[in-house]
Design a protein around this ligand. Sequence first.
Ligand code: GLN
Length: 474
Amino acid sequence: MVELRTAVDVARAVASGELSAAAVVEENLAAIDAREGEVHAFNVVTAERARERAAQIDADIKAGRNVGRLAGVTVALKDNMCTRGVETTCSSRILAGWKPPYDGTVVRRLADAGAVMVGKTNLDEFAMGSSTENSAFGPTRNPLDTSRVPGGSSGGSAAAVAAGFATVSFGSDTGGSIRQPAALCGLVGVKPTYGMVSRQGLIAFGSSLDQIGPFTSTVADAALLMEVIAGHDPLDSTSLPQPAPELMSVLSHGVEGMRIGRITDMPEGSSPDVLERLDAAFDVLRNAGATVVDVQMPSMSYGLTAYYLVAPAEASSNLARFDGVRYGLRVDAKDLNAMYGDTRAAGFGDEVKRRIMLGTYALSAGYYDAYYGKALKVRRLIADDFAKAYESCDVILTPTSPTVAFKFGDKTNNPLAMYLCDVFTIPTNLAGHAAMSVPFGTGEAGLPVGVQVLAPALGEAPMFRVAAELERAA
Ligand code: GLN
């Protein structure tokens, strides 16, 4: 394995002139040359652009200009984040070749802070999946064991960091798509509080659930990136009127006196190696001065069902815009309606079609109250259960994923088995809360296990304190 550099180290070394941004880019490009053929983390590698950008940063440093907090930090971006002039496909045939005319807010904030984009990463088509096997452009492999999936839907972003193709990366999390691949690839992955990070320029899947967040090899890197990308954005009407939280400064605070929730009625089905690591995490925090308290989340296991109505409902509406007229693919046909139908039939893959049908059905007259309406009520119950639990604790720990990385094809014929990967991650998205996955040792076959730290809305600071403590112990 290549030695992974941290964003904190790169930014410091590049800004001080000890290391050039150009050298960091060349290191990543060499790693990409060596292993990308096998891993397939990227839909596109923007090598020349990265070299030019790095040269500019090095020149700025020589000239004594301010280069920002992420000077020379290389980033890989999930291919559902709009990048001006660079193909953005959502790993779908329907968007193949489409080049956005603008950068999304997160993309712009990263560039303004001196980060260098090295490429756009593979995902399950339109971020629908948990293994990156649903990409129209072929799957991504887990760099830690290429017979296994990297998780999904942001599998390419996770693989890119784990393989040393970029210092850090970004994904989107609608139901677990940052946290689960982070867990399966041994990385830190953060799903911020809904509204904390701008969604402007993120191609929408489930608009009331989606958030962008980082993949990093350390908790400090994740804190640094959150400080750079978070904070109010007038271009996103769901953006919170809040500045970015201060997270770097809390990492050394420890957990003395904190209350850590353990869910006594947690959904079943986790493998013993994962549960063993979760127990070890509680022990570590207890030994560091925290109190472990029992909490109940009776609605937690209904989260999955509610999510698979709410998310497809929103997706069916969001994906209506891909009609062969404004973006990407068009299949010519005898009239307009046939063109819509033929374009969508050819452009979308099976899982996307399944979600559009599920969502359209759930929203249709006569079924709306029975399905979509009921799912919204469950969503409310989940928020209420969390509110009650957080009366007696500051954060809650669960596994991130019920198992370590699984083999290719293990779940592709059984959508329900695939959906169950997200049983622990989905409730957070429904509630709009913050959550992150922290690597905490290994399980079956020596593969990484992630522990999930859940926090209430705007609970990023206590969440990062606990994550930092777990990292110190791991
Ligand atoms: N795996 C979940 C799904 O398929 C979550 C995806 C995501 O967070 N984008 O919908």
